[in-house]
Design a protein around this ligand. Structure first.
Ligand code: PEP
Ligand code: MG
Length: 904
């Protein structure tokens, strides 16, 4: 019989960290902590295999599971010295999910399982603490009803509020044993009323129901959404962790908390970052119901400063754990060190103190912001914990995106009104219109609006809205609240626990600083300082220096693949050079024609009846193009600049509405009928496969000649100005050698003419894009004419799949959802099909010309998995949009490390 259940506790375990796939992250780490001698309440883990078989067998369990489970319960009973189901001094369990990777807030937990009407009294007697017993029982009923049986939690919250209101108190801790006992009665009534049956009293029945609920929660819509957003396969399944309960709510010498071994927002580690609540249980800290206190004294002081709490109030109302439990704090510090030394990464831990005794409930690699990820990786190398290569592998390239986006402009910040200040839960600068629930956030964002989601507190149900929002603002909750944790994971700006704002969900408004803000009003959030700002605040480009610069320097030392950028303007080129681009891999010249000053000349060229007419119009365009290229060459001084000749079908430049056609008729002094006729004539049923790319230059060589002239005149002019221009002329959409040969002749003839006119020469290359399967298939012939290849994988994907780039969006998501395609091939290169063409064309091309320069300039050039593929395939460079340049640099470095480690 396969082993389904794995025990841990008392310094031993049947599992270990290496068994994450089988035991889930939580289970594997509980086992590992146990082996490390860290105090962990004993228990056992039911493997993820059981979850998979549960769904495969119509929610049934493997035959031997019950026997194995009973054995594990016995083992736990033996360690703890109590029996599960004992009415006098019962062993109680916590039942939690635990997938391979942590899914914050996604899966459900049941605590205090094993309590019933009889054993609650036994617990009261055994602990001498009646309040604890009744409190634990009412929590159990609520969690069991909600998690296992789907009863709405608000019914219980309402009953709790009623009792607090009747007593005139605010906090749960103000309720005594009698109140809790009354609540148990009310909760049982709710259970009966909602479900038409009594709460199960048999602990074994409770346990099996909870196990089933954890497995079933793998399939809840919010878990499915989270997996989709994070590309977690549906068939991984979750494990179930069943662990002896320890109580953080046994009085003033008990507490529960969550902590990070380093600051998850900034990566700093001058003190222990964490929060706790005295006399509280389980989810109280993350639920944001009471304001949590800080673990360390420096952390507490910093919190007070951020929160505007003076030292006296801090000391009396929110003292640190270091101050109130001086015996426990060093023990916790010791564990922090031990965990980091062992796991060699920042850990996110949960702990409970039961009557002065510390228990660790879980440890896992902590989620962090991108800037914290970079800082932690750098610091750990400097501390000798990890190598530079480890550091490079630690940061997911796409996360760098968070660091590359604008920050608030200091000048603008000085002028703006600060409405409120909360906790800087996840950094970033967000500006948007306020909405008050997740559905509105999603709907508004769907209309292209930028929104800030404002909530009292968030819950896992809000995840789609948080994903859609530019930023998140909550009135309650600490640095480890759901909003904070999820926002950091998503790289979203978040200000949490902002109690300066009062949220009124009913009329969709909040008030702050004496003003009322309604749905649709603009606010801005500074996730690095926790400030809530009035209106739209201007932003500026971030500076990529300090830690980021050093980290990227390491990536550059390691990588061998070049990284260029796709840029059409001097400004974009400059931004890209700032991000580390080593040249331009694609300038799409057509974008330059849309400028109002130029479009008319372009339109005249298209409308011309003969070559002479076209030439006259092209002559008007020439100086504009030349200026563009001078600007770009100057920005890229000394770096290669690949310029593509005209690519899109001509109809894209002509107006299609009656009004616009009339306007053009007046401006160009041409009858409107003629424009209409030309539009009609240029109309194609399949423009993507029509008269575009090199086919234009072949029909109208004078267009290619004008562009080549502009390029070479600009390059000569630059040379005269002392600027080192390195043009690489690129012909698009060829299907074989002859098209390239034709266009190349035009380019070379023009170059020679310009050089003799200018009395100077510049070095240049003429190459081609490989965007059609036929070009890839005949790459050996094409290479005879080409100085370089650049894979236009947007078109190559379109033509290999026979999938229209412009229409695929309507049905491709369905393909991904149904698992027919693993990912959208326009975003992530299809290595099996399109990739094969890339590989083959590279090899064939280099057979003809061993030193053929090969790059990629489709969207895939900035997508980490595709970049790694390009490295493995031996390309010389990738080219991507400026903001993705650092992502590509990091992915290229990771590709080398993976190769060296035999992982690629
Ligand atoms: C491509 O096809 O991959 C490419 C870069 O060209 P465009 O996207 O302009 O068609
Ligand atoms: Mg293309």
């Amino acid at each position: 019989m396969p082993k389904y259940v794995f025990t841990f506790g008392a310094g031993k375990a049947e599992g270990s960290t290496g068994m994450k796939n089988l035991l889930g992250g939580k289970g594997a780490n509980l086992a590992e902590m146990s082996i490390l001698g860290i105090p962990v309440p004993p228990g056992f883990t039911i493997s993820t295999e059981v979850c998979t078989s549960y769904f495969e067998t119509d929610k049934n369990y493997p035959a031997d599971l019950e026997v194995q489970l009973n054995k594990a319960v016995k083992a736990t009973e033996n360690i703890i010295g109590k029996r599960f189901g004992d009415p006098n001094d019962p062993l109680l369990f916590s039942v939690r999910s635990g997938a391979r990777v942590s899914m914050p807030g996604m899966m459900d937990t049941v605590l205090n399982l094993g309590l019933n009407d009889e054993s609650v009294r036994g617990l009261n007697r055994a602990t001498g603490n009646e309040r604890l017993g009744w409190d634990s029982y009412r929590r159990f009923i609520e969690m069991f009803a909600n998690v296992v049986r789907g009863v709405n939690r608000s019914l219980f919250e309402h009953a709790l509020q009623e009792i607090k209101d009747a007593k005139g108190v605010e906090l749960d801790t103000d309720l005594d044993a009698g109140d809790m006992q009354k609540l148990v009665g009310k909760y049982k009534d709710i259970y009966r009323r909602e479900l038409g049956e009594e709460l199960p009293q048999n602990p074994k029945d409770q346990l099996w129901a909870a196990i089933g609920a954890v497995f079933s929660s793998w399939d809840t819509p919010r878990a499915v959404t989270y997996r989709k957003l994070n590309s977690i396969p549906n068939d991984w399944g979750t494990a179930v962790n069943i662990q002896a309960m320890v109580f953080g709510n046994m009085g003033e010498d008990s507490a529960t908390g969550v902590a990070f071994t380093r600051d998850p927002a900034t990566g700093a580690h001058s003190y222990f970052y964490g929060e706790f609540l005295v006399n509280a249980q389980g989810e109280d800290v993350v639920a944001g119901i009471r304001t949590p206190q800080q673990i360390s004294l420096p952390g507490s002081r910093e919190w007070a400063e951020n929160n505007g709490t003076d030292e006296q109030a801090r000391k009396t109302d929110y003292p640190s754990l270091e101050e109130i439990m001086p015996g426990i704090y060093p023990e916790l510090e010791e564990i922090r060190k031990k965990l980091e030394e062992h796991y060699k990464d920042m850990q996110d831990v949960e702990f409970t103190i039961e009557r002065g005794r510390l228990w660790m409930l879980q440890t896992r690699t902590g989620k962090r912001t991108a800037s914290a990820a970079v800082k932690i990786a750098l610091d750990m190398v400097k501390e000798g914990l990890i190598t530079k290569e480890d550091a490079i592998m630690r940061v997911e390239p796409n996360r760098l995106d968070d660091l590359l986006h604008p920050v608030f402009d200091d000048e603008a910040l000085r002028r703006v009104v600060t409405l409120a200040k909360g906790l800087p839960a996840s950094p970033g600068a967000a500006t948007g219109q306020i909405v008050f629930n997740a559905d509105d956030a999603e709907a508004w964002a769907g209309e292209g609006k930028k929104v800030i989601l404002v909530r009292r507190e968030t819950s896992p149900e809000d995840i789609h809205g948080m994903n859609a929002a530019a930023g998140i603002l909550t009135a309650r909750g600490g640095m480890t609240s759901h909003a904070a944790v999820v926002a950091r994971g998503m790289g979203k700006c978040c200000v949490a626990g902002c109690d300066d704002i009062v949220v009124n969900n009913a009329d969709k408004s909040f008030s702050a600083a004496g003003k009322t803000f309604r749905e649709g009003d603009w606010i801005s959030l500074d996730g690095s300082t926790g400030k809530v700002l009035e209106g739209k605040v201007a932003t500026r480009e971030p500076e990529l220096t300090g830690d980021f610069g050093e980290f990227m320097g390491w990536a550059d030392e390691i990588r061998t693949l070049g990284v260029r950028t796709n840029a059409d303007t001097p400004h974009d080129s400059q931004v890209a050079v700032g991000f580390g681009a080593e040249g331009i891999g694609l300038t799409r010249t057509e974008h330059m024609f849309f400028d109002p000053e130029r479009i008319l000349a372009m339109q005249e060229m298209i409308l011309a009846d003969d070559e002479l007419g076209r030439q006259t119009a092209l002559d008007k365009l020439l100086p504009f193009q030349r200026e563009d290229f001078i600007g770009i060459f100057t920005a890229m001084d000394g770096l290669p600049v690949t310029i593509r000749t005209l690519d899109p079908p001509l109809h894209e430049f002509l107006p299609h509405t009656e009004d616009a056609q009339r306007e053009l008729a007046v401006a160009a002094k041409i009858p409107v009928e003629k424009i209409k006729a030309r539009v009609e004539q240029l109309n194609e049923s399949n423009p993507m496969l029509g008269h575009r790319g090199c086919r234009l230059g072949i029909a109208y060589p004078e267009i290619t000649a004008m562009q080549a002239r502009a390029i070479f005149e600009a390059a000569c002019e630059c040379k005269k100005r002392g600027v080192d221009a390195r043009p690489e002329v690129m012909i698009p959409l060829i299907s074989g050698r002859e098209e390239l040969a034709h266009q190349k002749r035009v380019v070379i003839e023009t170059a020679e003419k310009v050089f003799s006119e200018q009395g100077t020469r510049v070095d240049y290359l003429v190459g081609t894009m490989i965007e059609l399967p036929r070009a890839a298939l005949t790459a050996d012939e094409v290479a005879e004419e080409a100085d370089f290849f650049s894979f236009g994988t947007n078109d190559l994907t379109q033509t290999t799949f026979g999938l229209s780039r412009d229409d695929a969006g309507k049905f491709l998501p369905l393909y991904v959802e149904k698992g027919i395609l693993p990912e959208d091939p326009f975003q992530v290169l299809d290595q099996t099909g399109v990739g094969l063409l890339v590989e083959m064309a590279t090899q064939k091309g280099r057979r003809t010309k061993p030193d053929l320069k090969v790059g990629i300039c489709g969207e895939h050039g900035g997508e980490p998995k595709s970049v790694k593929f390009c490295h493995r395939t031996g390309l010389n460079y990738v080219s991507c949009s400026p903001y993705r340049v650092p992502i590509a640099r990091l992915a290229a470095a990771q590709a080398v490390i993976e190769e060296n480690r035999g992982q690629s």
